[in-house]
Design a protein. Structure first.
Length: 242
């Protein structure tokens, strides 16, 4: 098959021919292409630089969401400046979304991370600190029950503002989903990260009971080497046109 946008054809040197001949004989040609090739998926997405720095960045070094690459590609073309967004958990995603939507309101539970991100925010982004203090691990406070209320998860509904897009990728995720439903516009959608975790089943089942459909975006994401899943939950006549 021929790609629509094909790079210019350059004749390989004898050295390159011999190198790839040996690589193919050792069944290593595809692996080498993935790691070093000009059109390598990992290089094009900026995965190597993100893994090295530990920051969620793209090929140019600019911030991107710490969500799966297939999801980022899907959502980017559908964002516009008429979208109001809320985000549970701030970071490079806040900066990325703020460039593409009208407004981003975020809430963060970690004071140190809040203080690092706050000075970087553009004028169309706001950040609220709802500190969660305790000895429990992140994985425990991330997946409390649907009914486990917190000032963090209720932040989205305090102002009675309605949003087009709500991203749930912080702590108290299940209860954050409950409050998010109340804060969605009629055509609003919810993005839930790490739905590959069994602990996310409560949120998935709850949303489906309310009539939401689910699209899963499996794949790699910045920094880490394993696959993950970011999902979009939507109903008819939604703001993304799906």
């Amino acid at each position: 098959m021929i790609k629509e946008l094909s790079p210019a054809i350059v004749k390989p040197t004898l050295t390159k021919k011999l190198f790839w001949k040996v690589a193919k004989k050792l069944n290593a040609d595809q692996l080498i292409s993935l790691l070093l090739g000009k059109n390598s998926y990992l290089i094009e997405r900026g995965w190597f630089s993100s893994a090295k720095s530990g920051q969620s960045t793209g090929k140019s070094g600019r911030p991107i969401p710490w969500l799966t690459y297939p999801f980022i590609e899907f959502i980017e073309a559908r964002l516009h400046k008429d979208i109001d967004m809320f985000e549970f958990g701030c970071g490079n995603s806040t900066l990325w979304f703020a460039e593409r939507v009208g407004n981003v309101d975020s809430v963060e539970h970690d004071k140190k991370w809040y203080e690092e991100i706050l000075p970087k925010l553009p004028d169309n982004a706001t950040l609220t600190l709802r500190e969660v203090i305790g000895e429990q691990t992140y994985s425990i406070i991330a997946f409390k029950s649907l009914s486990d209320e917190s000032s963090y998860s209720s932040t989205v509904s305090v102002s009675n503002k309605l949003y087009d897009v709500i991203l749930v990728d912080g702590v108290y995720r299940n209860n954050s989903i409950v409050h998010s439903i109340r804060s969605l516009k009629e055509g609003g959608i919810i993005i839930l990260d790490n739905v590959d975790y069994i602990e996310s089943r409560l949120s998935k089942d709850y949303l489906k009971e309310l009539g939401f459909k689910q699209i899963d975006f499996w794949g790699m994401c910045p920094v880490v080497h394993h696959d993950s899943c970011t999902s979009v939950f939507y109903r008819s006549n939604n703001c993304l046109g799906i």
